[in-house]
Design a protein around this ligand. Structure first.
Ligand SMILES: Cc1cc2nc3c(=O)[nH]c(=O)nc-3n(C[C@H](O)[C@H](O)[C@H](O)COP(=O)(O)OP(=O)(O)OC[C@H]3O[C@@H](n4cnc5c(N)ncnc54)[C@H](O)[C@@H]3O)c2cc1C
Length: 385
C-alpha cells in the first residue's frame, strides 16, 4: 500500500489538507499527505476554532455564496467530531456554545443600524437563529461579561466552536488509521505536470513523487508553488495575514458563549482556557508576537471581563492566515490541467470551512457533485475584484 502511487497527493497537512485526506480516505482512495513541518501545526493550530455564520441577504443571483459554504461546513464539523471520537478516541470539542455579538456606540448610526438589520434579515432568510438583545439582556445571559457601552447586541444561540489543535490530531490519526500516508518534514518545491496532466510533485530534495491527482492545501504559502501560480494565477494573490492570540488558563470558565466585537473576540473553552484574539497584520511571513499586539488583546479582554484585570495570560502566539481579498477561498480543479486541485486562501475562516473544503475536493476527485456548487471559488484565471 505504502509504495503504491496515491490517487490523491495532498501538499500541506493543515486542517484543510487533513480534511481532504480524511474525506478521500472515507471514499476508499489511496492518499498521501506531505507536510513541511508537523501536521496541524500552523494556522490550523493557532486559530480560535470559532464556527460561526453571519450571513447578509443574497445579492442579485441565487448562486451559492460564502455563507452557503459555511452553513454546509458547520454540520459536517458536528458529524465528523462524533465520528472522529469513535475512531480515534480524540474529542475535537465541537460545541454549540452560542455567541453574543456586541455593537459599540460607533455603530449607533444609520449605516451601522442598517448593517445590523441586514445581518438579521440574512440570518432569517437562511434559518440561522439570531435575536437582537439589549445590553441588559446580554448581561443576564453572561453575567461575568461587561456590556456597558454597547448600544445593542445580537445573540446567535447556534454558533459553535471546535478545539482546533485536537481536531488536527484526530484527523491526522484517523488518516493514518485508514491507511493514509502522512509524511512530515517533507517540503514540496513544485507541482509536476506533463502534457496537460498532473504527474505528482517535486520535493525540495529534488525527488519526484508521483500521484494521480494533486491537491495544493498550502495555506499562507500557496503562492510559492511556481507551476500552480502560473496555471491558476489567483493563487499568487494568497498572502500571509498575521493574527496574534492571547491565552489565559482559569480554574473554570467565566462564561460559556463566544463574545465577538468587530474582528475581536473571546473564546471560552469548557476547561477554563480562554482565548482572546486577534490582530490582523500585514508583515510578510513573520509569525511572531509583538508586545503591542499582546497588550491590545489584554486590554480588550480586561474591558470585557473585569475579573481578568491584572491577570497574567498563560501564553501568547501568532501565525499566518492564508489571506485572499475578494471571493475566497479558492476551491476546485485548476482548469486546463487534469488532476490538479486547490483548496487554499481561506483567510479568517479556514477552520470553519475545512470539512466542506475537504468533502468538495474528495467529491471532485471521485467524479461526484460537491456539497455546494463551486463556480464562485474555482481556481481559474484572476478575476477582477
Ligand atoms: C490567530 C488566528 C485566529 C483564527 N481564528 C479562526 C477561527 O476562529 N475560525 C476559523 O474558521 N478560522 C480561524 N483562523 C483561520 C484559520 O486558522 C485558517 O484559515 C486555516 O487554519 C487555514 O488552514 P490551512 O490548512 O489552509 O492552512 P495551515 O494550517 O497554515 O496549513 C498549511 C500547511 O501547509 C504546509 N505547507 C505549506 N507549503 C508547503 C510546501 N511547499 N510543502 C509542504 N508543506 C507545505 C504548512 O507547513 C502548513 O502546515 C484563524 C487564524 C489565526 C492565525
Amino acid at each position: 500500500m505504502n509504495d503504491a502511487v496515491p490517487d490523491l497527493l495532498i501538499v500541506g497537512g493543515g486542517l484543510v489538507g487533513l480534511s481532504a485526506g480524511y474525506a478521500a480516505l472515507r471514499r476508499g482512495l489511496r492518499v498521501e499527505i506531505l507536510e513541511r513541518e508537523r501536521a496541524g501545526s500552523r494556522a490550523s493550530w493557532a486559530g480560535a476554532g470559532m464556527l460561526n455564520c453571519r450571513p447578509w441577504p443574497r445579492e442579485g443571483s441565487a448562486a451559492p455564496d460564502y455563507h452557503d459554504l459555511t452553513l454546509a461546513s458547520i454540520p459536517l464539523h458536528e458529524k465528523w467530531a462524533a465520528e472522529l471520537l469513535e475512531e480515534t478516541g480524540i474529542d475535537a470539542g465541537f460545541m454549540r456554545c452560542g455567541a453574543l455579538e456586541l455593537y459599540p456606540p460607533e455603530d449607533d448610526t444609520p449605516s451601522g443600524r442598517n448593517n445590523i438589520e441586514r445581518v438579521m434579515e440574512g440570518c432569517h432568510a437562511r434559518n440561522v437563529r439570531a435575536e437582537r438583545v439589549s445590553p441588559q439582556e446580554a448581561k443576564a445571559l453572561e453575567p461575568s461579561v461587561n456590556f456597558d457601552g454597547a448600544f445593542t447586541a445580537v445573540h446567535f444561540p447556534d454558533d459553535a466552536q471546535v478545539r482546533n489543535p485536537r481536531l488536527g490530531k484526530a484527523l491526522a490519526l484517523a488518516c493514518r488509521q485508514r491507511g493514509g500516508v502522512l509524511r512530515e518534514g517533507i517540503a514540496v518545491a513544485d507541482v509536476w505536470i506533463e502534457n496537460g496532466r498532473v504527474r505528482g510533485v517535486l520535493d525540495e530534495q529534488g525527488t519526484r513523487r508521483p500521484a494521480r491527482n494533486v491537491l495544493a492545501a498550502t495555506g499562507a504559502w500557496s503562492a510559492q508553488l511556481p507551476a500552480l501560480t502560473r496555471l491558476a494565477p489567483r493563487t499568487a494573490k494568497i498572502e500571509p495575514w498575521r493574527g496574534q492570540m492571547v491565552c489565559y488558563r482559569l480554574p473554570k470558565p467565566l462564561f460559556r458563549r463566544l463574545i465577538t466585537v468587530d474582528a475581536r473576540y473571546l473564546v471560552p473553552r469548557p476547561d477554563g482556557v480562554l482565548l482572546a484574539g486577534s490582530t490582523m497584520e500585514h508583515v510578510g511571513f513573520e509569525s511572531v508576537t509583538t508586545a503591542e499586539g499582546q497588550a491590545e488583546l489584554r486590554a480588550f479582554t480586561e474591558r470585557l471581563v473585569p475579573a481578568l484585570v491584572g491577570v497574567e495570560p498563560e501564553q501568547g502566539w501568532a501565525d499566518l492566515r492564508p489571506g485572499l481579498k475578494g471571493n475566497h477561498p479558492i476551491l476546485g480543479m485548476v482548469s486546463g490541467v487534469e488532476g490538479l486541485f486547490v483548496a487554499a486562501g481561506h483567510a479568517r475562516n479556514g477552520i470553519c470551512l475545512a470539512p466542506v473544503s475537504g468533502e468538495s475536493i474528495a467529491a471532485l476527485v471521485c467524479g461526484e457533485e460537491p456539497p455546494v456548487p463551486l463556480a464562485t471559488w474555482l481556481p481559474r484565471a484572476a478575476q477582477p475584484i
